[in-house]
Design a protein around this ligand. Structure first.
Ligand SMILES: [Zn+2]
Ligand SMILES: [Zn+2]
Length: 242
């Protein structure tokens, strides 16, 4: 009888042990499940965060493009006005190879006229309305031809390299700039200057110092943006200065 009782007790203990083991396994499985859920939630929030950052960057790129479009349309309007003032008989003068290099100390052409990848990345190809001459900070910028200064913007103090995220919108992205009308429908533009030494209405001669190279406005490094407009349209400056 005693033996039987002992056996019964043993069996009961074993059963209890098995029960406890099953409980522990279940508890562990639940713990793992919670861990997994947490990891998933964290991953989702990181993906969400990235998407927000990307969205913000995209909206900054859109904002920058809108600013540039606005100022480039304004430059066009002013250049067309100037062209209208030029005498009709002189409008088709061939300037090819006739202009002076606007930044004699330039080290390289860092960007050409026309389609290019945006310097900020992610915008895709956009239409670059001039050519960029990389040059050390402070290099002299000269008038490509004699003419009259018709526009000066000189308020950007953010003379340091920028990204889309850190850009300033001064001068519609062109920072400090000078525009000169040469007559015959030809207008030149000098952008991202660190400083400007001429004022609106002043006449300048070919090769005269007008400004210094900088990286004001939306610019990723020291360079001169040299733009040319003929009869109110942007043209490739390269053949004109070579
Ligand atoms: Zn600025
Ligand atoms: Zn440029």
């Amino acid at each position: 009888m005693k033996k039987k009782k002992n056996l019964y007790g043993k069996a009961k203990d074993e059963l209890n042990a098995q029960k406890n083991e099953a409980k522990t396994t279940k508890a562990n499985a639940e713990k793992e499940n919670v861990k997994l859920k947490n990891a998933k939630a964290q991953k989702n929030s990181e993906v969400q965060k990235l998407t927000d950052e990307e969205k913000e960057l995209q909206s900054k790129i859109d904002e920058y493009q809108a600013e540039m479009d606005r100022i480039e349309a304004e430059f066009k309007r002013i250049a067309a006005e100037e062209a209208a003032k030029s005498s009709a008989t002189n409008k088709n003068v061939n300037f090819n190879g006739e202009l002076a290099w606007p930044c004699p100390n330039y080290t390289r052409i860092s960007s050409y006229f026309g389609g290019r990848a945006s310097p900020g990345g992610g915008v895709g190809s956009r239409n670059h309305k001039g050519m960029d001459l990389a040059a050390p900070h402070g290099s002299s910028i000269v008038a490509a031809e004699s003419g009259t200064v018709i526009l000066v913007s000189n308020t950007c103090t953010h003379d340091y390299p920028k990204t889309v995220a850190t850009k300033c919108g001064c001068g519609g992205g062109y920072g400090n700039y000078v525009m000169i009308s040469h007559g015959n429908g030809l207008v030149s533009l000098y952008g991202h200057c660190s400083s400007i030494s001429v004022s609106k209405g002043q006449t300048v001669t070919r090769g005269q110092h007008i400004a210094n190279v900088g990286t004001t406005g939306y610019s990723t490094g020291n360079h001169l943006h040299f733009g040319l407009l003929l009869n109110g349209s942007y043209i490739d400056p390269e053949p004109y200065i070579k």
